[in-house]
Design a protein around this ligand. Structure first.
Ligand SMILES: [Zn+2]
Length: 164
């Protein structure tokens, strides 16, 4: 199923997005300032080495024009805490994948139902078309009969006229 694998690819990208550093604009004082003299934003790191650890960075962190200001807010977590956070993140990844597959499955189910209803409508249209054809054919037959009668009357009148 190629569509399923490409869609789960979309889901994976969302997990990657979740792992991007998250930015906090409003944090408790004291405020930190970057080398631009701008209020530094506080970010949360999601790297495997420092999962969940917060740091201050230039508001342009990871962008063009950043001054490169960087300072940790949290002390480095212990090894056990890091392992646990990593396991929880892996669980989130798994849940995302499962959620994605379920959505694809239910989408497929809905498409199936829509196809069924479209087939039903097509059958109904075909039936109406056949009825219409039959009516047209009946009409054509009536017309033929009328023309034959007219022709017959005409010939009969001609014969009468010649005899007179
Ligand atoms: Zn800066």
């Amino acid at each position: 199923m190629s569509s399923a694998s490409s869609s789960s690819g979309r889901c994976r990208r969302r997990v990657v997005l979740l792992r991007q550093p998250s930015r906090e604009e409003d944090y408790e004082p004291p405020r930190r300032y970057c080398n631009h003299r701008m209020v530094a934003s506080r970010w949360m790191a999601w790297t495997d080495g420092n999962p969940g650890q917060r740091f201050y960075g230039c508001p342009l962190y990871n962008q063009d024009g950043t001054c490169g200001f960087f300072a940790w807010h949290d002390n480095e977590f212990g090894k056990r805490a890091k392992t646990m956070i990593k396991e929880l993140l892996d669980d989130i990844d798994k849940l995302y994948d499962e959620n994605c597959s379920l959505r694809i499955a239910s989408h497929g189910h809905r498409v199936g139902e829509e196809l069924d209803s479209i087939h039903g409508e097509l059958r109904e249209l075909k039936r109406r078309n056949e009825l219409y054809d039959r009516e047209v054919r009946k009409g054509k037959n009536k017309f033929k009969l009328a023309m034959t009668l007219l022709l017959f009357t005409f010939v009969w009148l001609c014969v009468l006229y010649v005899k007179m």
